[in-house]
Design a protein around this ligand. Structure first.
Ligand SMILES: Cc1ncc(COP(=O)(O)O)c(C=O)c1O
Length: 326
């Protein structure tokens, strides 16, 4: 008999799949491998970090049996928290911005999470902001554990411990470049720290939406006035403890049209059902790979699936409403 003791022990060991058709179209000669993180049971890369950080909190006594786990999320960390809570007898109290797709909001509700949806278009320090709301709920809920993916350095530690080694081993140490979208920054930073420890010349490349602060801050330390964009899960309006910009070599900017076009192309031309932030990462991976020699091995992280956006970027009417081409 071969089986898992519980759902969370199925997290990880996600496949690497070669991107064949889009690379050929783009004139890329090196190998570009998509890391299908949407194959985790909660549907995203965030399962790894959320479960790692929660189990650490349980081990250290910060989270007691039956307690409440609080998190501010663009949906994927919330699904991971809610899945863990459902399987292990905890309560999940989640805040999310109102631009979060209905699919992601309903997934968290389906797992039994209590959800507080907050306005997207408010300043980072507004009391109505989803992060500020989570902080308040934490202070009002006795014995609660606030995962706090944006300010928790354990977000980086989780990917250093789990995701980085998995990528290194799957590529037999042949990876030369890692590309990923940057949200909290935890995924890319944690993988980067591990990979650079194994081979200092592994290049780390990030994708950042126009309107987010990362690109300019990484370039010259200037903090721009942030503005909104449609792609979910990547970009930021504040610098958080969950990112280590020193291990990121290069950041490219992407716009919504590029994110969604590339995600749709991954689905139609590779049969890989990619979400918008995965589209951003693939767009940047292809752009960057054009500059690399044939022997380069690029791994690009596909954070979540297009299934989470069928009513948004995969809906032609929605694209039209937003003034986007499709
Ligand atoms: C859809 C999606 N893509 C990318 C990311 C970025 O991952 P990280 O927060 O580790 O930078 C997130 C984070 O929430 C996400 O939800």
């Amino acid at each position: 008999m071969s089986y898992h003791e519980d759902i969370c022990s199925t997290i990880g060991n996600t496949p690497l799949v070669k991107i064949r058709n889009l690379t050929a179209e783009a004139g890329v000669t090196c190998t570009v491998l998509a890391k299908l993180e949407f194959m985790n049971p909660g549907g995203s890369v965030k399962d790894r970090m959320a479960v790692w950080v929660i189990e650490d909190a349980v081990a250290s006594g910060l989270l007691k049996p039956g307690g409440t786990i609080i998190e501010a999320t663009s949906g994927n960390t919330g699904a991971a928290v809610a899945m863990y809570a459902a399987a292990n007898g905890y309560k999940a109290l989640i805040t999310a911005p109102d631009k979060t797709s209905p699919e992601k909001l309903n997934t968290m509700r389906a797992f039994g999470a209590e959800l507080v949806v907050c306005p997207t278009e408010v300043p980072a320090d507004s009391p109505d902001n989803y992060y500020e709301t989570a902080k308040r709920l934490h202070s009002e809920t006795p014995g609660s554990f606030f995962l706090e993916q944006y300010q928790n350095v354990k977000n980086i530690d989780a990917h250093y411990d789990v995701t980085g080694p998995e990528i290194w081993n799957q590529t037999d140490g042949k990876i030369t470049c890692l590309v990923g979208g940057i949200g909290t920054g935890g995924t890319v930073s944690g993988c980067a720290r591990y990979l650079k420890e194994q081979n200092a010349s592994v290049e780390i490349v990030g994708a950042d939406p126009y309107g987010s602060i990362y690109y300019q801050y990484h370039k010259d330390g200037t903090l721009i006035e942030p503005s909104t964009y449609l792609v979910e899960g990547i970009g930021e309006d504040m610098i958080c403890k969950s990112i280590d910009l020193s291990v990121i070599d290069k950041i490219y900017q992407v716009n919504d049209q590029e994110c969604f076009d590339t995600a749709r192309a991954m689905t139609r031309k590779e049969g890989i059902f990619a979400g918008g932030s995965s589209g951003a990462a693939v767009k940047v991976a292809l752009e960057h790979a054009k500059t690399l020699p044939a022997e380069a091995v690029v791994v690009v992280i596909l954070t979540d699936s297009g299934m989470k956006y069928v009513s948004k970027m995969y809906d032609d009417e929605w694209m039209k409403e937003k003034g986007l081409k499709f």
